[in-house]
Ligand binder design. Structure first.
Ligand code: ACM
Ligand code: ZN
Length: 689
């Protein structure tokens, strides 16, 4: 009965949209101010949410009812629990699976005298209460209708606690925030070279040894000997979660309708396992081995025993088995791996990897679980039931979906939030190019152009926050928020309801509230934004003029050709990132050596070009720039010689190399020499005035 009333309300409602339209994040499917039933319309007016509400919950089991009651409290509402729907002053929550088709959807009907929440599932009711919480926080809860459901069933965040261990309390704080944004998957990267983080009783050295290292920072550890040490050794840095702690964490997340997906990396990214159990190394033994030996049966015994303990703690249907970035070289020379390949008829090491992934899949399937793997698990043939997590781009996810597998999208260009989110000079050292909030927000995991038989396999989206450079918890939160808010909205909201201009002020408010609550998100209201030079095209005398590259060996690197030989005079200045197809990257020994033809003898007062330096990926300033001019294209006069001493620094920098004066010339030769630091020179435009 109530559902029919609801349909009428939605169909007949003609009132204006509510102010609530731009309060709830992620943006809901439909918000309408006022309530109309059977032709009678109650106007949109503030609902008195400060009264003590009579809360009744129906259709939920006891555990869910307790969770929902906790969510009502967390929303800041006063209530007393009643058995029946009260006549006024009610907050009624009804779980009613037939109320709509969409999984985890809900409807909130706010009358002047009470509130009815109808939800498809307990999770849906929890999500409704998160919307309620945001209205209470905004002090703006109007009568009206909210109809809402998620676009994707998987809305995730990856937290990397291998590179730097973090406490259970820290994880719970992030879970709290995820839940408020209706996110529902926490992918825990529990294992990697830098440290194993889960107690495993059958292999105790994983935590008594592989969980500890010296020195503390990942960077020093990685560049040094990559040593693990025994727990309790002086200076040992690291940690691990006991099973008790993990059980508690899993329950805490489940109370907020978040499933924790544990990741146990194999066969790559397993240096720490091999440090603790070197007998699982391949028989040729270079210093650093990160890949488990697939030839040895003991590897399978160990991984199966580990997975037994993992599934005992984590009820998640999905277990992530890693599968990314295997070196595979040892397998080519290892007697055991070679024997395995002969016996199993595997034609290359990609198939050897797939052999292992398929065996692990079978093992988990037999125990009622499914695997997720990084997109490299496609390389030697995909395990029959695997879900692919697409990170190297979207191609892996799309290929998996085309083959009828499910995929979760986490392409690094949009979802790797270990990249800097503001002007790189203002941000701590990080990995990758400039990835501001608006770029994350622009990502669509399943655009309308995607074939429906592909898009129906795209199950969702995930933000990944790797922690190589992130030692402190406050730094971790700074990287995570607010970009994970954008990912929450990508995962939940319908595309037609998404608009960055409306999202940003909502995100600013959430960030301000988080700061008040003691979180340390990036303070969005102080965002500097993209490189100012890149925002408008630059007019100058050489714009559109022909550029000749003096020697092919001085030519650009293919992946950084930008706009080809138009780049340096196309009027487009680069952004903060060299991967924007505006910066041209030169890899050859000679550096940059080009001639601009001004087409006629011209009076010139300045010639300048910007370079960038980001030492991590090997991008350096030139050590010398020479500028020469000519009227005939044969006889050049040097007008500038600009030496530069390179300072190796963690922070990205930008610098102009130019000349000012007065000269008459038709041809300009601009030559930037590469230093002894091997790597790229990046230049975006040669500006002539
Ligand atoms: C990954 O970033 N290697 C999954
Ligand atoms: Zn081997």
């Amino acid at each position: 009965m109530r559902f029919i009333t609801l349909l009428l309300a939605l169909a007949l409602g003609t009132m204006s949209l509510s102010a609530q339209e731009n309060i709830i994040t992620p943006a809901p499917v439909k918000v309408q101010g006022g309530i109309c039933v059977d032709g009678y319309c109650a106007p949109a007016e503030p609902f008195d949410f400060r009264q003590t509400l009579k809360l009744n919950i129906s259709g939920a089991d006891e555990a869910d009812a307790e969770r929902l009651e906790a969510a009502v409290s967390a929303a800041g509402l006063n209530f007393k629990r009643v058995k029946r729907h009260a006549k006024s002053g009610f907050l009624s929550i009804n779980i009613f699976p037939e109320c709509m088709e969409q999984e985890d959807g809900y409807v909130i009907l706010t009358y002047p005298y009470g509130v009815d929440i109808t939800a498809k599932s307990a999770a849906g009711a929890f999500y409704a209460l998160q919307s309620v919480r945001q209205m209470v926080e905004a002090g703006d809860w109007q009568t009206g209708v909210i109809l809402d459901y998620p676009r994707f069933g998987y809305r995730g965040v990856l937290i990397d606690i291998s590179r730097h261990f973090r406490t259970v309390d820290f994880l719970k704080r992030q879970i709290d925030m995820m839940a408020r944004l209706k996110m529902n998957r926490l992918h825990l990267h529990l294992t990697d070279a830098a440290g194993w983080r889960m107690e495993i009783e059958s292999y105790p050295r994983l935590t008594s040894y592989a969980a500890w290292r010296t020195p503390d920072t990942w960077k020093e550890w990685w560049q040094g000997g990559r040593q693990h040490v025994d727990e309790g050794t002086e200076g040992a840095y690291g940690g691990y979660y006991t099973k008790e702690e993990l059980r508690d964490l899993v329950a805490y997340a489940a109370d907020r309708y978040i499933t924790i997906i544990p990741e146990i990396e194999m066969p790559g990214h397993s240096d720490e396992v091999l440090a603790a159990y070197p007998e699982l190394k391949c028989t040729n033994n270079p210093q650093f081995q990160g890949d488990l030996c697939i030839g040895k049966e003991a590897t399978f015994e160990m991984m199966q025993a580990i997975l037994d303990e993992v599934i005992e703690i984590f009820p998640s249907e999905y277990i992530h088995i890693g599968g990314d970035e295997c070196g595979k070289d040892n397998w080519k020379v290892c007697e055991d791996c070679q024997r395995r390949m002969r016996e199993e008829g595997l034609k290359d090491v990609d198939e050897l990897q797939s052999y292992m992934i398929e065996r692990m899949e079978r093992y988990l399937n037999e125990r009622g679980r499914q695997i997720i793997g990084w997109d490299e698990i496609l390389q030697g043939g995909l395990a029959p039931n695997a879900t692919v997590m697409s990170w190297r781009g979207e191609e892996g996810g799309i290929a998996a979906a085309e083959a009828g597998h499910d995929a979760i999208m986490s392409p690094h260009g949009y979802c790797y939030i270990d990249a800097p989110q503001d002007a790189p000079y203002s941000q701590p050292e990080s990995i990758g190019g400039y990835l501001p909030l608006d770029k994350v927000y622009s990502y669509d995991p399943a655009p309308a152009t995607m074939a429906p038989e592909v898009s129906r396999h795209i199950k969702g989206v995930q933000a990944n926050l790797w922690a190589e450079f992130i030692v402190e918890d406050d730094h971790y939160e700074h990287m995570l928020w607010p970009r994970a808010i954008a990912v929450a909205e990508i995962g939940w909201s319908e595309r037609e309801n998404m608009n960055f201009e409306e999202f940003r002020p909502r995100a600013v408010k959430i960030v301000d509230r988080m700061i008040e609550e003691g979180y340390t998100p990036f303070d969005l209201k102080n965002e500097i934004g993209n490189r100012p030079e890149s925002k408008t095209d630059v007019e100058h005398l050489a714009r559109g003029k022909k550029v000749t590259y003096i020697s092919p060996s001085f030519y650009w690197a293919p992946q950084y050709e930008a706009a080809g030989d138009a780049t340096l005079t196309d009027g487009k200045r680069g952004t903060w990132t060299y991967a924007d197809k505006r910066w041209q990257g030169f890899l050859g020994r000679g550096g940059v050596d080009v001639v601009i033809d001004m087409e006629e003898v011209t009076t010139i007062h300045s010639i300048a070009a910007d370079f960038m330096q980001i030492c991590g990926p090997g991008v350096y300033m030139p050590c010398l720039v020479e500028i020469a001019v000519s009227t005939d294209g044969e006889n050049y006069t040097k007008i500038a010689d600009i030496p530069h001493e390179i300072v190796v620094d963690e922070l990205p920098s930008f610098k102009s190399f130019g000349w000012e004066g007065e000269v008459e010339a038709r041809y300009i030769r601009y030559k930037a020499h590469r230093s002894n630091y091997s790597g790229f020179l990046f230049v975006d435009e040669i500006v002539v005035r």
